[in-house]
Design a protein around this ligand. Structure first.
Ligand code: PAF
Length: 323
């Protein structure tokens, strides 16, 4: 397992699978903190730009800095790692999982901080569960161009073992992330943490994508707020029927608070729609609909949001922009 040393975590060899905005942000911060970081991204332009001139991170205060992780397009060139950080879009998780074997040593941790439900199970199809850890992050980022990202805002990263155990490797990762400036905490209820993030995503992501607005704008429209609240209530009913303990005192207040704190963000789903990319709707509202139907809980609002986003995915980008 990842070793703790006196004075904290040793230098880790880290491979980030999926170096979009969030993967690049985490890889960039860990690299700046002295860890050996490899970013793997199939978009050759981004990987080439980072390999040539470093990764440029524009911080929330406008300052720009350059960090120098390695960047490649094929994980086979990396070799075994201490930590594999999975940040691909959820519909690529299975494919990413199948490429991880060359990165795994007996002690390698594979950590997913992806949005949505089902990523752990998709990874577990190829990677023994003993390697897997999961969590969520409140960091926000977007890609400005090849080799350049915008750090839109900081937020807490929560990480946990699948069985909730307080292991040394968990402490080590929390410490490595926090030392690198990515404020992190350990959780003994990672399933609940993933659901808590899911409640945020089912309320904010589809509506920002459908209405083409930043997160904070939703709160200024009473009709949007009503839909958000209904989607969250359905999500909570499904979580409760599934026996998940969502670690939030007031989930609806939390969702509103995230929308307010990330008010200037363009949600990941809005970014996907604007770029003409497939969205993660299937593992966000789609996951609530699927779980609801499995457990006999009605989820009409989540179903409607899912259908609307699926319609958006079918409208070519140019007509979207004209609409
Ligand atoms: O997917 C996203 O964009 C983020 O998870 C969140 C929290 C909605 C902030 O933009």
């Amino acid at each position: 397992m990842i070793a703790m040393e006196a004075g904290g975590a040793r230098q880790l060899k880290v491979c980030v699978i999926g170096a979009g905005a969030m993967g690049s942000l985490f890889g960039g911060y860990l690299s700046a903190a002295g860890h050996e970081v490899w970013l793997v991204d199939t978009a050759t332009g981004h990987a080439d730009a980072i390999a040539r001139q470093g990764l440029r991170i524009v911080e929330p205060n406008g300052e720009e800095r350059v960090v120098r992780p390695r960047a490649v397009t094929d994980p086979r060139s990396v070799g075994p790692c201490d930590l594999v950080l999975v940040f691909v879009k959820s519909y690529h998780t299975r494919q990413a999982a199948a490429s991880l074997a060359p990165l795994l040593a007996p002690s390698t941790v594979v950590l997913t901080l992806q949005n949505g439900l089902g990523n752990v199970d998709a990874l577990a199809e190829e990677v023994p569960r003993s390697h897997l850890m999961a969590g969520t992050t409140g960091q926000g980022a977007n890609v400005l161009g090849a080799g350049r990202i915008h750090h839109a805002g900081s937020g807490e990263t929560l990480i946990g073992e699948l069985d909730g155990a307080p292991t040394d490797r968990l402490r080590c990762l929390v410490e490595a992330f926090t030392d690198a400036g990515l404020h992190a905490s350990a959780s003994n209820n990672v399933q609940g943490v993933i659901w808590a993030k899911l409640l945020v995503n089912i309320a904010i992501n589809p509506l920002t994508a459908i209405l083409r607005v930043r997160n904070g704008r939703l709160l200024e429209m009473p009709e949007a707020v009503e839909i958000m609240k209904e989607a969250v209530d359905e999500g909570l009913a499904v979580a409760s029927r599934a026996g998940v303990r969502v670690p939030l005192e007031d989930p609806w207040a939390h969702v509103r608070d995230v929308a307010r704190r990330t008010g200037d963000n363009r949600s990941s789903m809005l970014q996907d729609v604007e770029m003409g990319r497939q969205t993660e709707i299937d593992v966000i509202n789609g996951a609530v609909v699927r779980e609801g139907s499995r457990l006999g809980v009605a989820t009409p609002v989540n179903l409607a949001l899912m259908h609307l986003v699926k319609c958006l995915e079918q409208i070519p980008l140019i007509s979207c922009l004209r609409a």
